[in-house]
Design a protein around this ligand. Structure first.
Ligand SMILES: [Zn+2]
Length: 212
């Protein structure tokens, strides 16, 4: 796919996420691996109206070489790509239900959400919680990279999800699955729930391994 088309794809997915309320204001960012570097959404930009031509371009060393300056959260993306060579795209949102779950005090930090549906298991599987770090704290980059070597999706406490995919569509759909599952989890919070059992989860993982 040409770089022009990939830029358009980022803008299209960004607009779709924005329209449906999965991102707001200038929050959230998207990156995509290209042959000789990365495309990344610019700092201060709204995913709702990205101009494909001004999307940031980084070289193989992660240096900004064209377009507007990249998101200040570029380190989340670069740490993930270093840890997961198969990752082709990354989506990071401040999507409401995922952030809400990340603020609960009694969640399991090893795996935040129960396996409520087969599609959640197929697209996310396990979701570890990364402790809260203040904006700009360089230690977050180190912890994210460490966790990304074992998980393609993580939830930043009091902040939001970061999800890698083998394509941009893959990363977007997995992020949406996570957001919808967080919503279900909150809807069901005062009810007795019956998540999938260990055997059902194992069967899905065997049939649909997450290859990212
Ligand atoms: Zn963020």
């Amino acid at each position: 796919m040409s770089e022009t088309r990939l830029r358009e794809q980022i803008a299209d997915f960004g607009a779709s996420l924005f329209r449906r309320g999965l991102t707001f204001g200038a929050s959230g960012n998207i990156s995509l691996r290209i042959d000789d570097g990365w495309l990344m959404t610019p700092t201060g930009s709204s995913l709702g109206n990205l101009d494909p031509a001004t999307i940031s371009r980084l070289d193989e060393e992660g240096r900004h070489v064209a377009g507007d300056a990249p998101t200040k959260e570029a380190f989340l993306h670069s740490g993930f790509y270093r840890a997961r060579p198969k990752a082709r795209a990354i989506v990071h949102l401040h999507s409401t239900h995922s952030v809400a779950v990340s603020c609960l005090h009694d969640i399991d930090p090893q795996n935040v959400l129960p396996p409520l549906t087969a599609y959640y298991v197929m697209r996310i599987g396990e979701l570890p919680l990364i402790p809260y770090f203040a904006p700009g704290d360089v230690n977050l980059a180190r912890v994210v990279e460490e966790m990304a070597s074992r998980h393609h999706a993580v939830l930043l406490a009091n902040h939001g999800p970061v999800v890698a995919g083998k394509s941009l569509a893959d990363a977007v759909y997995a992020t949406e699955e996570l957001e919808e599952t967080a919503k279900l989890f909150l809807l069901l919070r005062d009810r007795k729930i019956r998540p999938l059992d260990a055997a059902q989860v194992a069967e899905i993982k065997a049939r649909f391994p997450i290859e990212i």
